[in-house]
Design a protein around this ligand. Structure first.
Ligand code: ATP
Ligand code: MG
Length: 578
């Protein structure tokens, strides 16, 4: 983690308890973890949880152990040549670094293909692996079910010599895909189906993004993963709960190879609950479908829960780390409310994002008694009073120009407002924030009856920002001087799905649950002139509206584009209740 971010006191969790006990009992004198993504897509907020846990452990134990005895590796689990790509590897590295973490070493499972092959020959020689020539369908059938034991493959009793010869010929490329596989010889009647002679290698005549055409047999996850862990000296191999049944096989691999391979550690696997969030989808397969089906603009579309999407949306690494810490590490799966993530970004930006004025849906107001060509430069604070900002060197105020014509938000005017509407309406008085009190005297409508201009008078006796002695003016609305305003496009982002959970039916049915309002693009928005020179990826609070960021890809000085990161309040829940 960046040295600037002081590590918050971590609440204990069951994994830290296990590590503490291991250190205390002398089972390990190191804490070496790894984050093992498959480079077949971009990382999402669920991966962030695993990253914060794995890298976080290495960082935490660095405070107790010598530097050399704790690290977290980034290891690409690149055992499936068909789906993987260097482009994804680059994106994953960028995401991990952006989250604030540094890896001890950067590895690939494919770095160990030669070792894995050697170990496979060892297993064959020890009578613990065999070449099976059943078809995929037959293998499945022979495996049995949870209620019925499997039956042995007719190829299970091949001699060591025959197995070695065939496995070598598999490597040489003498067979077609699916003709033969290498299987561990364990127990076809084991209660744990994972132990029923699992596949170790299969034939794939496909180029690999790292090893090219060197290999045409590729190891399976259950074989490659424990070996990669053990070669790297991993002590605690942490994965999500769906791998619980694989643990027995993980142990089998290590136990059957450790004497031969002389691994630097005896790693153990521990499982924790994966992160699920409502109103979105997280599996890479579904994210890929959204990207490839052009339902979103790319892997970094700000509607997506990918790290790249959240970053472009305007989330900070601090907010994501705080979110992961707030979710905690548990042993039971659950779904976290999106509102919890939104709370974390609001909480972080509150002290980081300067307040400015921007009118998203402009309605012109003409202040009839204000001199035609007069302009006043009014002082406006960037921060609420008494607020401790993150960076005290930041400027505290700026000037905003005030003139006869201003824009206000369409929603801040009503022709026939209810009594408790503290904004503008015929005969109503309101404060223009940091400026004057104005009273609506008339309106101009278009042919359809829509109000297109509001006429007002201001009270010249009440100075900007001061209160009148004789009356109470409750409302204060934001505004921007019409002739000084800078135009911008503002993209209002909302939750990806309009339903809490995607439909459980056929897989692509979740496409129908996409929230059509998840992106609403507004053009001709009016910003105060201080925003004319914003650089990409600068964050602000647009007063009364939410937090916004200048879009890192599309915003140019000549064509400003802002993304809404999050609204100020939880408007979603309220809108849903209605
Ligand atoms: P997905 O199922 O979302 O496509 P995956 O599990 O296939 O993801 P990997 O690249 O294999 O993705 O994952 C790398 C690591 O991140 C694994 O250790 C995995 O357990 C962890 N991980 C993936 N999704 C989550 C999640 N939602 N919450 C916590 N950890 C996760
Ligand atoms: Mg996976």
């Amino acid at each position: 983690m960046n040295s600037s971010t002081s590590a918050p006191a971590k609440p204990g969790d069951f994994i830290r308890d296990i590590i503490d006990a291991d250190l205390q009992a002398g089972r390990h004198d190191e804490v070496i973890t790894r984050f093992p993504p498959e480079p077949n897509g971009f990382l999402h907020i669920g991966h962030a949880k695993s990253i914060c846990l794995n890298f976080g452990l290495a960082n935490d134990y660095r405070q107790r152990l010598p530097q050399s005895k704790t690290r977290c590796n980034l290891r690409f689990d690149d055992t499936d040549p068909a789906k993987e790509d260097t482009l994804f590897e680059e994106a994953i590295q960028a995401d991990v670094q952006w989250l604030g973490f540094e890896w001890g070493g950067l590895y690939h499972a494919s770095d160990y293909f030669e070792k894995m092959y050697e170990y496979a020959e060892h297993l064959i020689s020890a009578g613990k692996a065999y070449v099976c020539s059943l078809s995929d369908a037959e293998i499945k059938e022979y495996r049995g079910s949870v209620t019925t034991p499997g039956k042995p493959s007719p190829y299970r009793e091949r001699t060591t010599e025959e197995n070695l010869d065939m496995f070598r010929r598999m490597r040489k490329g003498e067979f077609k895909e699916g003709e033969h596989v290498l299987r561990a010889k364990i127990d076809m009647a084991n209660a744990n189906m994972k132990m029923r002679d699992p596949l170790l290698y299969r034939i794939r005549h496909t180029s690999h993004h790292m090893t090219g055409d060197k290999w045409c047999i590729y190891p399976m996850y259950d074989y490659a993963h424990p070996i990669s862990d053990a070669i790297e000296g991993i002590t605690h191999s942490i994965c999500t709960l769906e791998f619980e049944n694989n643990r027995e096989l993980y142990d089998w691999m290590i136990d059957n190879l450790k004497d031969y391979a002389k691994f630097p550690s005896r790693p153990h696997q521990y499982e924790f609950a994966r992160l699920n969030l409502n109103y979105t989808v997280m599996s890479k397969r579904r994210l890929q479908e959204l990207v490839e089906g052009k339902h979103v603009s790319g892997w970094d579309d700000p509607r997506l829960p990918t790290i790249a999407g959240l970053r472009r949306r305007g989330y900070t690494p601090e907010s994501i780390r705080a979110f992961c810490a707030s979710v905690g590490i548990a042993k039971a799966n659950s779904t976290v409310d999106m509102a919890q993530l939104e709370f974390c970004i609001r909480d972080d930006l509150n002290t980081k994002a300067a307040r400015v004025m921007a009118v998203l849906k402009p309605l012109k107001v003409v202040i009839e008694n204000y001199p035609e060509d007069s302009v006043e430069e009014l002082n406006a604070p960037y921060w609420p009073q008494d607020m401790q900002k993150e960076d005290e060197t930041k400027r505290t105020t700026r000037k905003v120009p005030f003139a006869r014509e201003v824009y206000i938000e369409e929603d801040d005017f009503m022709l026939d407002p209810p009594k408790d509407y503290y904004r503008l309406g015929p005969g109503r008085e309101v404060r223009l924030r940091y400026a004057y009190l104005v009273t609506c005297t008339d309106v101009v409508k278009d042919a359809s009856g829509k109000v297109i201009e509001v006429r007002c008078k201001y009270d010249p006796n009440v100075k900007p920002g001061e209160s009148p002695p004789d009356r109470k003016v409750k409302g204060a609305i934001h505004w921007v001087s019409a002739k000084h305003a800078v135009d911008a496009e503002v993209r209002l982002y909302d939750r990806l799905l309009s339903e809490e959970a995607p439909p459980t039916g056929k897989d692509s049915e979740f496409i129908n649950a996409i929230n059509p309002g998840a992106l609403q693009s507004l053009t001709g928005c009016k910003l105060e002139p201080s925003l004319a020179s914003v650089k990409p990826a600068e964050r602000f609070q647009f007063e009364r509206q939410g937090y916004f960021i200048s879009d890192v890809k599309d915003s140019k000085p000549s064509n400003l584009v802002f993304n809404r990161i999050v609204t100020l309040k939880d408007s979603w829940t309220r809108a849903q209740k209605k």
